[in-house]
Design a protein around this ligand. Structure first.
Ligand code: WTA
Length: 575
């Protein structure tokens, strides 16, 4: 990182904020204090969809806009009462289909009001919701539905083609949102069912520790793992939305993330709605003009996005910003990848706003280390732990390291939104907690004397491309399914726009010659099998790949080759 920039400080803002005295709150705060915001305080039972939507109808917000939805074809607004009724209808549909608490129900569709109504309806019946990115291709969809033994899925006619129903014996119901004429046999029509469903529904009251949400994410080995979150996570969604997002009653909030990613659920759904705040959802893909015009159109006050997006906007230049009136904006945040100091300084220049970096993971369920309005920002730092969370840099034995020493970024267990399970894989779950009393993130970082944390990289080989986590193993496995590929090793290659891009090193089977056509075909093969974001942007063909004597591809050697760095200890490498 740029040492010059690391000494810069951007002073705390003086607007309205919730965490005025970080040190004092950090000392005195207890998660238990937050519980009184929710019904279990009175009843012992809970349902996160009730807390996020229905509760506000009883608190005088029934007619308040909960959702502004906008894409190139639709422009609609829904009140909290509208969302209560729509999600009730969907909950009734699921109940009529025999879906009960604990069943896994997936959503595989582009962002739309129907996605959000379905999501809430699934939570209302006590089922476990599994949101998928629309970019997923057949292989990725199959892996997730099979692993979780999903019983139902909500999708669109086009995306339904990527669901291999014949191979998924547990999958009983495919509910399709779209033109009825495009439906295939055995598919259910979303709109017809909704038209006939009642808008009255009593939420299924569950325990705080009951499963609610299953997000699949990548590690360095094996297939994507199902990270299970429970209703209890809402305590932290609520509290961080207050402290970090700084949400207030009259805010208009826009989180640009898709619910296929944890940011799009924790902070695209629960954070704002648990506070009864108006939420903007923009569908489709967007150009820089679309970004700025959305901020202007809805007078967005709080904006949560990602470094890739900010870098893309920075690349589009400063002139375009002047075309729009962004005066409503009060608070800007970022998550998902390292936020370059340059981007923070650019944000100060063009928006006159600080971009607040936040650090957390699919597994952590909610923000853990953040920059707050009430504290100075040191560009390049992820900030400090939220009250109620103890973070430290530890060595491989679990000893806490002093300031400025690089090591494993670890969090003392536990916190309310911590994952409760890796689906059907207790051994994988335990790996995170192998050092007694600590959750190890897989990130390396250091903490400075003032308690600010600075991200340094991943400890493992997980790739972060445009904020999406990609497991190299999954890509390698797909590559070697291609008839021309003998061996494959995949790494993240630094990229100014995307953070990292996926680069594959391969060796070819006998009888195949390198050609642009072949390499293109291989890229397409991964794209069709997994998803566009998992496909390598670069492929380099080698006669042989570096391997350990036990036959494991040495990604660290590939990375050293790529970066022109020393390859380090090669004693385990085969000759
Ligand atoms: C990375 C995202 C640097 C990190 C909510 C982490 C970050 C992984 C930051 C989790 C940040 C996330 N600065 N790196 N502010 N935030 N990361 O599960 O490597 O998609 O372990 O969750 O993204 O990615 P995930």
């Amino acid at each position: 990182m740029n040492q010059m920039l690391s000494n810069v400080r951007i002073p705390a803002t003086t607007g309205q904020f919730n965490l005025r005295n970080y040190e004092e709150t950090y000392q005195s705060f207890a998660w238990k204090d937050v519980e009184k915001e929710f019904t279990w305080h009175r009843t012992g039972k809970v349902n996160a969809a009730y807390e996020a939507i229905d509760r506000h109808c009883e608190l005088g917000r029934a007619e308040k806009i909960a959702l502004h939805y906008y894409d190139s074809r639709r422009e609609e607004s829904y009140s909290f009462l509208d969302l209560k009724r729509l999600s009730n209808r969907f909950a009734n549909i699921l109940t009529d289909l025999g879906i009960v608490k604990g069943d896994r129900v997936f959503i595989f569709m582009p962002r739309s009001p129907e996605l959000y109504a379905s999501f809430l309806g699934i939570v209302k019946v006590g089922a476990i919701i599994g949101p998928l990115f629309e970019a997923f291709m057949e292989g990725a969809v199959r892996d997730r539905l099979a692993d979780s033994e999903a019983v139902a899925i909500v999708t669109t006619p086009d995306l339904a083609k990527r669901i291999p129903t014949k191979e998924l014996s547990h999958l009983k119901h495919v509910i399709v949102f779209g033109d009825e004429s495009q439906l295939e046999d055995n598919q259910l029509h979303f709109q017809s069912l909704m038209d006939h469903a009642s808008e009255e529904f009593e939420p299924v009251w569950v325990d705080r520790e009951d499963g609610m949400l299953l997000h699949y994410t990548s590690g360095s080995t094996g297939k994507p793992k199902g990270v299970l979150h429970v209703h209890n996570a809402m305590i932290q969604h609520y509290q961080t939305a207050k402290w970090v997002l700084d949400l207030q009653e009259n805010d208009v909030y826009w989180c640009t993330a898709d619910p296929g990613w944890v940011t799009g659920t924790s902070y695209g759904i629960f954070g704002p709605w648990l506070h009864g705040v108006t939420n903007v959802i923009r569908g489709g893909r967007f150009t820089p003009d679309d970004w700025y015009s959305t901020l202007e159109k809805y007078n967005v006050t709080v904006w949560y996005s990602a470094p890739t997006a900010f870098r893309m906007l920075m690349g589009a230049g400063d002139e375009i910003v002047k075309k729009y009136n962004l005066s409503s904006l009060r608070h800007v945040l970022s998550v998902g990848e390292p936020l370059n100091p340059e981007v923070v300084l650019w944000g100060m220049k063009v928006f006159e706003h600080r971009i607040h970096d936040t650090w957390w993971m699919t597994e952590t369920g909610a923000q853990l280390i953040c920059n707050y309005p009430s504290m100075d920002i040191k560009p390049g730092s992820m900030g400090k732990p939220i009250p109620g969370v103890v973070a430290a840099i530890i060595d491989d034995e679990g000893n806490i390291l002093p300031p400025n020493r690089m090591g494993n970024l670890a969090i003392k267990v536990d916190w309310p939104s911590m994952m409760r399970k890796i689906w059907k894989n207790p051994a994988k779950y335990d790996e995170y907690f192998r050092l007694d009393g600590w959750y190890t993130s897989g990130d390396s970082a250091f903490m400075d004397e003032e308690g600010y944390f600075w991200f340094q990289g991943r400890v493992d080989d997980v790739i972060n491309t445009s904020g999406e986590r990609v497991g190299p193993f999954e890509v390698e496995s797909k590559l070697v399914e291609h008839p021309a590929v003998a061996e494959a090793g995949v790494i993240g290659k630094p990229d100014p726009l995307r953070g990292e891009i996926i680069k594959a090193f391969i060796s070819l089977r006998e009888g195949y010659q390198v050609s642009d056509e072949l390499l293109n075909d291989i890229k397409q093969f991964v794209k069709k099998g997994l998803s566009a974001h998992a496909a390598p942007r670069e492929i380099e063909v080698k006669d042989k790949l570096p391997k350990t004597r036990s036959g494991k591809i040495m990604r660290r050697v590939l990375k050293a080759w790529e970066l022109g760095l020393p390859t380090g200890d090669l004693s385990t490498m085969e000759d």
